[in-house]
Design a protein around this ligand. Sequence first.
Ligand code: ATP
Length: 344
Amino acid sequence: MAYLQLSNIEKFFGDHHAIKGIDLQIEKGEFVVFVGPSGCGKSTLLRLIAGLETIDKGSLQLDRRDITALPSSKRDLAMVFQSYALYPHMSVFENMSFALKLAGVDRAVIREKVDKAAAILDLGKYLERTPKELSGGQRQRVAIGRAIVRDPKVFLFDEPLSNLDAALRVQTRIEIAKLHRELGATSIYVTHDQVEAMTLADRVVVLRDGQVEQHGSPLELYDRPANRFVAQFIGTPSMNVVPAAALPQLAALAGSAAHADGFVGIRPEHVKLDAPGQHGLAATVDMVESLGVETLVYARMENNVQIVSRGSERSALHPGDRTMLSFDLGKVHHFDRFGNTYAA
Ligand code: ATP
């Protein structure tokens, strides 16, 4: 049995079937990230694990113990919220030590644990401050520190970085990755952010409409999506996916006319733009986005289908310019008419 085992978990909110029978096995030390579109049930699933919502059906086992019906406080889990949820009138030290104090832990032991967590998180100088005297990033580190001192079996993170500005997000993300390397703690992390998912996860779980679409390492999902939904959800900008009939030369690679009613997909980095007259498919540039490190060019083929290309070179193209699209034929994905991947 896995360290944390979800067996056929279901959740209803009134008539709304929010979680539809989820099975998932999480190993000790694993960093698992839940992703999916808004409303797919990521937070609900995390809250069911945390014990903040009741499980309507199915069971949850942690370290060979059934915790399905246990109250949150007895589950030996620690949750880090987007809103930090710190006690405003308490100092950093008091915030971090509160749970241990309640549990009757010896003062010297508390001091040692808080000092150790503060050292890991670089919070040593702030222990006497209150949350309002800290930056957003520091507050979130206190919230993480509060989880660490409890030495929980599993860390649960609900979009912990979404209130931070871009630079702080990157920095805190790197700290969370480092923390995971140092502590080897089993972690489940909910995010909207693709970069967080790809960089933090040992395994990404893609949810859709209360069900698991696919789970795997970040690169497995990127390179071998099980279906069109995952293919287009993982990666920014999204994979180009068009009806096979719109790109017959790519569809033909799959070698079967039976899939003419399916779809072909190609990631933007596998689409090249050439000067008019060269080999390829004629297209007209719709839009150019120069991001410094890369350039995205949206071009429309003669059949009116838009394709996005991504390259590391600066582009001299402008809207209205003619170009030729060519594709890295070894990188084409093929989907049947239901959107499931099939091997060419
Ligand atoms: P987001 O990315 O927008 O935070 P999410 O994937 O985390 O979305 P959840 O918050 O888990 O989604 O919600 C899943 C579904 O359950 C949504 O349709 C939501 O409206 C519904 N839902 C969540 N909590 C409740 C609740 N307490 N009462 C009723 N419906 C709820």
